[in-house]
Every structure is written in C-alpha cells, then in structure tokens.
Design a protein around this ligand. Sequence first.
Ligand SMILES: [Zn+2]
Length: 427
Amino acid sequence: MNEIPSQSAKLIVLSVDGLRPDIYRAPEMRRRFPNLNELEKAGASAESVETVYPSTTYPAHATIVTGVAPRAHGIYSHLASLDPTEKARPWCWFAAALRAPALWDVARASRRRTAALSWPVSAGAGIDFNIPEIWDPAAPDPHKDFDTPARHSTPGLFGAVTKVLAPLLGKADPDQLRGEAALHLWKHHRPDLLLVHFVWYDARAHAFGPTSDEALKALESADRAIGKIRDAISRDPATTLVVLSDHGFVPVEKEAAPLVPFAKHGLFARGADGSLALRRLGAVSAGGSVAVYWLEQPTADDRRRLGAAVNELQAAGAVKEILDRRRLEEIDADPDAEMMLEAAPGFSFSDRLEGPAIDEAPKDRGTHGYLPSNPGMAASFIAVGPEIAPGKNLGSVSLKQIAPTLAQIMGLPGDILATEEKPLTLK
Ligand SMILES: [Zn+2]
C-alpha cells in the first residue's frame, strides 16, 4: 500500500551534468565516488535513464521538471537563436519558454517553498529563492560573468550567497561553490524543494574526455559536495535526496563542421565585411547531432544545395543517420527542424563556420547530443529517503518518469503536470 507522504516531506534534487551511471558504478571506480555508491546502497536507483533528443542539458533538464518530451515542453535545443552566423547566440535560459507546467509550478500551487541554483531554463521562474543559470553570451568569459545571474536572481539572494562564498572564491571549483551555496539556501531559507545543477564534470568531460583523470577529479569534487549535503540533512528524517543527471557522455576523436559545406554550397549570404550572413537556412549544433531549419520557404535550388552538402558530410563518414520530419515526430523531438543529422561514432558536430569540414584533432575530447538509444547517452537516477526502499534496483527508466516521481515524493498533486507517465515505485 502506498502511503501519502506528509505535507512536510522535503526534497533536494542534485543534477550532476553528464553523469553516466556506468562511470560511478564501475567496480574500479567505486572507491573514487564513495558518496554516490553509498547513496545507491541506501536508496532506489536506475541502471539507466533514457534521455531525450537531442541529449543535451537544456531539453533534458526541462524534461526532468515537466515530465514531457522536448516536442511538448518547447525547449528543443540549448540555443534560443537558430542563426549560426550570429556571433553571441542566446541560450534558452527563460522559464517563460516552457510550454508545460514545471515541478516548481506544482509546488507553488500547493504553497510549498522552492529554491533553485544554476538550474537550466529557470530564469524568471516562479521559484521563491532562485539563482538561475544565465550569462551574457557576448562576455569574454561567461563563467566569470556574475552580473547577469545576479540581475536575474531573487532580489538580494545573489549578494547574500556570494558573501557566504567569498572565502572560497578563486580557490574552489564551480561545484564546490554550488555545494556550499546549496547548503546556505537549505539552512537559511528552508525550501521544501531545492534544485541544484552541478556543472564541472560536464565541462571537464567535454574538454578532456568522459573518463579522463581531469573529468573524474571533477566528479570526485561533486561526490564530496553531495556527501556534505547528505550529512547536513541526515538528522532531518522527512527529507529525500535525489541525485540524477540529464544525459551521458562519449569520447570523440573527430569534429565535423556542417556549416562549412553548407556555406560552400551557397546556403549563407556574405555580409558587407565578407563574413557569412543568414539567408534561409538555420542550424543548431548539439555535439552528437545537428538540427537544420528552413527559416523561409526554400527554393528547389536551396533544397538541392542542402542535399549536396549533407552528401559531402556523409561521404566523409560523419553522419550515422538522417532524421526527417516524420522520424523527429516519432521520437517527440524538434517540430521546427527540417531534419537532424546524427553524428557517426567518434564524430562531434560543431558550430564552426570556417576551416576544414572535418578536424582530425579537435579541441574537445567528449560530447553528448546523440540519440537516446545510444547506450553512452544513459543518464543517472538515485533517490534516498524515508519512503524509499534501500538497495532497490529500478532497472531502465525514462527521464519523463522523473517529474511525476518527484511530485509524489513531495506529496504534490502530480496531475497538474502534463505528463502521461506514472511515478516510479520507489518502495
Ligand atoms: Zn548536460
């Protein structure tokens, strides 16, 4: 029999960006990530979580809080601009772009207090204590742009948190800072729901590869931050701790730049200064895939040119699959895209406009964005709390099942969500 959790049931959700379950679960890795492995023993966990397409941070985090696929929640990619010739492209930072109710809306309707830290697609959301993930895309180093998140945070909150973090600035990595900020929010504002986004593993896995020592050291840091948060709530029996991720990661050896053959075949115009300018073709590269858009009705010649450019990418071995509109509808992905190209194993698609179509020695060594059926794209889910069976194996689950599960943990009416998925049985 399922008991209904009390109104005081609190929930902390820690998203470790890019965490593939077989990374922390591998026998030789368990010692490096003691907190993740202890949580797995103490609670219910999935062997794998099937993510969304493209398997990138913004569409996936929007699914985590809404329980629906990108086609339904409206966050089709990380970028809000479809123009690949634009120098500083804005991301989908704003919750107003969500077309489905989020967990924070459900919590607010039940008069529960919410807080979020660096959560994607949360700027301007109805969250009581919010420091969203947002930056000025034209800033020289977006990671050092503090003005933009400060401006979009709950008034006074960013200043209060940076004051607490002051002794650590310049010494701690981004996840240590997020962990300390999360503890501050938890202790001082007592939210019923706290959402936190850890980003350092993803950043290092892109730069050095998902199992590089640099990436694993970043994950050790996230593991320690998770352990500190778990210790802090250990005397609070009504609190559930969930650790999850948005997608997995795979190593890459080659970078393909689809915009280079697109430009070669005349799909962009030339600006007065000689730089490429938008014509009818839009594009968003997501690492493991790239979405292509007709922003205006194409001519037969435009279509022929696009076909020729795609053929070149295929001939270079960079394309595993071409997903047309029908196929994108089947997998609940971007309804605006004319097509998406799925990168071949070992290849990553970039937004580069100039240079060779294929770079055999790219800067980045890892990526995601591939089809959810790629086993390397599997995400993680662990839940530990008073209503959860220890050591329970949930098997393979869907990212869309997480929002209704989180609503149930908090005792919220999950039917406010637009999802058709049922909560996971955690007992
Ligand atoms: Zn991510």
